[in-house]
Structures are given as structure tokens and as C-alpha cells.
Design a protein around this ligand. Sequence first.
Ligand code: SAM
Length: 489
Amino acid sequence: MARHKSNAPPKLTRQPRKPQQSSGAERSALYARREAAKVLHTVLRGDAERRAVASIKSLVFSPSVRNKRGTFALVCETLKYLDVIKDVLEIANVLNSKWKRQEPLVYIICYDILFGKETPSIGDAEKFLMRRKDALLSGLATLLVRKKVKSVEELLDLSQLNGHIKQRYVRVNTLKMDVDSAVKELEKLYKVQKDETVPDLLVMPPGSDLHAHPLVMNGRIFLQGKGSSMVAAALQPEAGWEVIDACSAPGNKTVHLASLMKGQGKIIACELNEERVKRLEQTIKLSGATNIEVFHGDFLSLNPTDPSFAKVRAILLDPSCSGSGTITDRLDHLLPSHSADNTNYDSIRLHKLAVFQKKALAHALSFPQVERVVYSTCSIHQIENEDVVSSLLPLASSLGFKLATPFPQWQRRGLPVFAGSEHLLRMDPVEDKEGFFIALFTKTNNLDNPKASELPEGECRGRRKRFYPFLWPKVFFRAWNGRLHGSRR
Ligand SMILES: C[S@@+](CC[C@H](N)C(=O)[O-])C[C@H]1O[C@@H](n2cnc3c(N)ncnc32)[C@H](O)[C@@H]1O
């Protein structure tokens, strides 16, 4: 049967609204919109200025946000519809200069009015926009006609978002619970498998939501991705060792180290950013680890020859990086700049990050008694990964380090850009659903660690220089540092 075609804008019907909710529910919805607007303001501003800001998740899960679940959903949904909301506001032309200055809040409320389940009824901005609801709905209808689509869903490329669904991972905090007991407990809710690479990691089906699970709340398990969980495991610290976690907040890998070290020995967790030190301390408290000392300061300011570091045998270096391997986790693909051409911005930022990463790795290698250094990023960029490692090979070699092969059974290795890159470990954002990079340096010069000598040798072997603890670090590091920056300091 032929359908009657009309050129009139499609009539938009909304589900009948629920009768007025209790004032308590209204108020909490109002707060949720304000909290969501704050988060949205931060991420949109960072995105517009091409500046690295905390991810949506970490902003929402900061202690100041009360309704975390509601705020997270509201921010994500608003971002998903953001282009549509902006177009509707432009067509409807309802904003005066006062509300134009509060765009993130306006976007959130417009999301609720146009696509949400509740009708906002209290709050000045809400009342302003509700009085213009018809103009907004008619703007949406006009947009559908202009874009030649029948529904809002057609406007959104939802298939792109759905493609990112991936398995969930939880790491068992063996300081508080054994792996089998965790499996038994979690199996009450979901199908659980033990990860084949990391012994204390469990794999859960996509969509498993354990944020509020008692095991998470009391630190028996940590919601930690596979790449992140492979780093401390690659370092293989032994119980009783002294270890530095150079760039440690929020502390997931720090407490993983503690768990692998059975709570024995000492971990120095170094963190530059004051706010993030608080997150680190919360993570440590939650884990129950008692062998972690927090150092609030610059890792580069630690003097490797200071006697207090004389027993440090391993360093975990997970420095700030572009995070390009986790954009779907961070939900950065929802941000306006994701599709924009930001090549120039990326290359400047990546270069700056790489400069720090090289400095930090050179510094880590310069601690006299250290025999294992793991370097990791959640980046997919060669400049932050293979290039950092290859630029440090001469220094590493001169100090007696070689590249070892973390998780030899893992298929995806480093990009073949230098001889020895097969020792590096990569995770692929498509195949493994996250981009990650791990390099492991080992040496066997000093203490009694038979394990390290068994590791396959990398290509950075060189003539071992003699080691003069009181002379070389400053002199050598300064010279190296100068080369790194093409300047003398
Ligand atoms: C990628 S994050 C580390 C994540 C952490 N390893 C974890 O798994 O939870 C990098 C951290 O290094 C910190 N950082 C950056 N520069 C630093 C420096 N010079 N010294 C110490 N920490 C630094 C950042 O503030 C940030 O918290």
C-alpha cells in the first residue's frame, strides 16, 4: 500500500510525562543536572583548548560528585546528542546572552527536555527552557527535515558507539582475597573466566557493572583493564624488594605491586599532582596495603645516588601519556574534537609528552641498584612508545640493561622500527579493544636475582661500562639530558 508523502515536518510525539514528582526527587534531579553541567564544562573546555583534562569517568568519580551514576549517564547522553542539541538551539534561536554564557547547563537541560525521561520543573535555567519547549521541539522537527531523516536515531551514528563494547576486567586484590573466592562470589552475578595472561585478573562479559559491588567497595577487587594489569605483572617484583612507582596516581598499579609483593618490602609511590595524591592515598587505603610510602613530588627530583634509594631494585614507570589507546574507555570519542582535524595539536602535544617520557625513563635507568624497569603507556603512538625506548637504548646498554620480553606468549609485539622491538609488547585498540604498550629493561649486575638472567636478551647489549656510583649519575645524566633536549643545562 502506497504511503501518503508529506513535506510537512514529521510530528514529534513525546511519551506522556509522569505527574509531578516529589520535591525531593526534583531537587536531586536539579543537583544532578548542575553536577553534570560542571563535568561537561570541564571536558568541553579542555577539548576546545586541545588540552589534556581528566577523563569524563574520573571527573564523575571524584569525591565531590554525589550522584555518580546519574551524572555519568547524563554527561554521556548529552555528549552523544550534543551536535543535535546545538543544531536545535541554533534553529530555535531561543537563548539570550545570559544563558549563552551557561551553555553546558543549557545542553544538559535541553537533553532532558528533548530526549530525557523526566521533565525538568525547578531551577531558573530549566524554567526558561521549558517555556521555550515548543520552539525546541519544532527546531528538532525542522532539523530532521533538513537532514532528510525520519528519526533522531538516524541522526546519530549509534552503530559507531555500539562497536566499542568490550569485555570487563577485574583484578583480584590478593592482599584481601584469593582468586578462587572472588570467582565464586562474582559467578553469582556474571559468567567469570580467569584471564590467560595475568593470573590475578578475571574476565567478565561486556556490560557487567560492578561499580557498586561490595567487593569493589571494600577493595577486594579492583576494576582494572587488562593492559594496566599487565604492567606490574611484567615487572615481577619479589616479596621484600624495594620498588619505586614513579608516576603513580590514581594508584592502580601501585597497589597491584603491593599485592604481587604479598604486602612485604617497600613501595615508594611518587606523584606530582596534589589532587591526584589524594586519589592515590584513597586507593592505597582501600587496598589495605601497608608497605607503600607516598612521595608527593617530581620523580625527576629524586636523587638516584641518595642512600635512601640504595636498595631500590625495580621501578615501574607509567608516565603521563596521550591516552590515545583508551579513548573509547575515556569516552573521548564523544567529544567534538574527535572527528576534527587536530593533527597539528596532536603532534605538538605528543612531542612534549615524549620529551618527558624519555627524561623519566633515563632517570629510572640511572638508579644504581635497579635491575628491572618497566615502561608503559596507554598510547598507540610510536613517538611515545618504540621511539622512547629506542632513543634510550644506548644509555640502557651503557648501564648494563637489556630489553627483556614481558609475556613471551603474547602475540602482538612492538612496531618493527628497530632491531629488538620484538621484545616490546603492544595491545591493539581494535583487536584487544585497548591500545597499550609495555617495555621491560633488566640487568643482572648487582644483587642475587637469578630470574633476570634467565630472561631472553634484547638487542641493546653493549660493552658494559664500569659503574662509578658517586661519579656518573649526575654527570652522565646531565650530558644525556642535554642531548635529549638539544641543549645544555
Ligand atoms: C598515567 S598516570 C599514572 C597511572 C597510574 N600508574 C595507575 O595505574 O593508576 C601518570 C601520573 O603521573 C603523574 N606525573 C606526571 N609527571 C610526574 C612527575 N614528574 N613526577 C611524578 N608524577 C608525575 C601524573 O600526575 C599522573 O598522575
